[in-house]
Design a protein around this ligand. Structure first.
Ligand SMILES: Nc1ncnc2c1ncn2[C@@H]1O[C@H](COP(=O)(O)OP(=O)(O)OP(=O)(O)O)[C@@H](O)[C@H]1O
Ligand SMILES: [Mg+2]
Length: 263
């Protein structure tokens, strides 16, 4: 196996939630490395600690004990401003329920992270991100005027618009039918294979996890198995959003290379 720089390095972390007198041990000692450019899925029963782990990886929460290094930086040493900067610039988040602003158009939803980042050509970049996920003809639709799969693609465009090096997704296909789920997997595989974006996502569906090279199984706050998938499924063939070559490939590439972040 070739050596890769470990982008995500987790060393023996625990997470204890305290609620009054009660302690919930969500993570019970977990070590994990994810290299730059990996596409990883996380599976496990409800309550096994998947979201807790994702929140820590995404710098939304800190472990109770243990260490987390992101790109070699000890996350525990960062102050709130530095954490916010990392979340905005380096990480794109995608959630099960899309988390779009309801009375706001697709374009405005995607512009939001650019406003926080103080980017100048916001409208143009947001439109490019929506084009990259095949939604150039839905720019002015509000979430309730879009299908579930389209809403999730808006959320992915929003996650991509700052050219992050990592995408974290907590059950991104959980509310979608299998066809819309395949579209999301096609976008993830393309981002990962063509553009080298590191992607970690949670799923309950073995068919979805089968699109990744590596499946990490959690159980009771621990890693129960870390499985290599010999022949990951390719989602591209099932996608019906325009012509994959021209709709995704080129415009995703343009979007991410136009980004001003050093990747
Ligand atoms: N903020 C919180 N306060 C207290 N306990 C929590 C909190 N968040 C999660 N927990 C508990 O920690 C454990 C792990 O929760 P987590 O959300 O990480 O599970 P999960 O694997 O994502 O489950 P699911 O598949 O249902 O989303 C659970 O027992 C949960 O009840
Ligand atoms: Mg969860």
């Amino acid at each position: 196996m070739t050596e890769r720089a470990s982008l995500i390095q987790i060393q023996d972390i625990t997470k204890v939630y305290r609620m009054g007198d009660i302690e919930v041990h969500a993570l019970r000692g977990m070590s994990l490395q994810v290299g730059k450019g990996e596409l990883v899925s996380i599976m496990g029963p409800s309550g096994s600690g998947k979201t807790t782990l994702m929140n820590i990886i995404g710098c939304l929460d800190q472990p109770t004990a243990g260490a987390y290094f992101l790109g070699g930086t000890d996350v525990a040493r960062l102050d709130d401003d530095q954490l916010a900067e990392i979340r905005n610039r380096q990480i794109g988040f995608v959630f099960q329920n899309f988390n779009l602003l309801a009375r706001t158009t697709a374009l405005e939803n995607v512009e939001l992270p650019l406003i926080y980042a103080g980017t100048s050509d916001r409208r143009q970049r947001a439109a490019a991100a929506l084009k990259a996920v095949g939604l150039e003809d839905r720019l002015h639709h509000r979430p309730n005027e879009l299908s579930g799969g389209q809403q999730q693609r808006v959320a992915i465009a929003r996650a991509l618009v700052n050219s992050p090096s990592i995408i974290l997704a907590d059950e991104p296909t959980g509310n979608l039918d299998s066809r819309a789920g395949a579209e999301i997997m096609a976008i993830f595989q393309e981002l990962n294979q063509e553009l080298g974006v590191t992607i970690v996502f949670v799923t309950h569906e073995p068919d979805i996890a089968a699109h990744t090279r590596r499946i990490i199984h959690l159980r009771d706050g621990r890693i129960a198995a870390d499985e290599e998938v010999a022949n990951p499924r390719q989602a591209g063939e099932h996608v019906y959003v325009g012509d994959r070559q021209t709709v995704f490939g080129k415009s995703l590439q343009e979007l991410l290379t136009k980004g001003n972040n050093a990747r």
